[in-house]
Ligand binder design. Structure first.
Ligand code: 5GP
Length: 145
């Protein structure tokens, strides 16, 4: 999938937003959803997406939707830091398949990092079980300001 093209309304995140496939939610409002990545690259890997925008990538997103996404990104990253006490946080965002993107609904990754823990490969991490993700989501949600 190149940087340019039509939004696919049947991409996985669109299905999550419509409730057609399950996800482990951290928090949401009318504009954004924060949920656990089911193939986490590290413990506490969270994804942030816009609900209304059909931007596939950063190049396409409306300024207002981007503003809401980045505010949600910071709010969630702060809660991840308080809840899980990582030593670092990698904020990642990929554009186009050549850029490493695999789901073509714009999203930001929050990946907690610890010096002594290796990062699992992007797109190669094992699937996490829902109970483990729910427990992490609850801990993160409890620290939201
Ligand atoms: P991208 O490669 O597009 O930057 O990131 C897509 C992310 O979505 C990956 O980190 C991948 O693990 C995650 N992902 C793929 N399918 C699902 C799914 O069905 N549910 C959730 N929660 N995450 C998914």
């Amino acid at each position: 999938m190149s940087l340019h093209g039509a939004y696919d309304p049947d991409n996985i995140f669109a299905k999550i937003l419509r409730g057609e496939i399950p996800s482990v939610k951290v928090w949401e409002d009318d504009h954004v959803l924060a949920f656990m990545d089911v193939f986490p690259q590290s413990e506490g890997h969270v994804l942030i997406i816009a609900k209304q925008s059909q931007a596939r990538n950063l190049l396409e997103v409306e300024p207002e939707a981007l503003q809401r996404l980045t505010a949600a990104l910071q709010r969630t990253a702060k809660a991840v830091e308080k809840a899980l006490k990582p030593e670092g946080l990698a904020i990642m965002q990929f554009n186009g398949d050549a850029g490493g993107q695999t789901v073509f609904h714009l999203h930001f990754h929050i990946v907690p990092r610890w010096r002594d823990r290796d990062l699992k490969g992007h797109g190669h991490a094992p699937m996490a079980d829902a109970a483990t993700l729910q427990a992490l989501a609850d801990r993160i949600a409890a620290e939201l300001d």
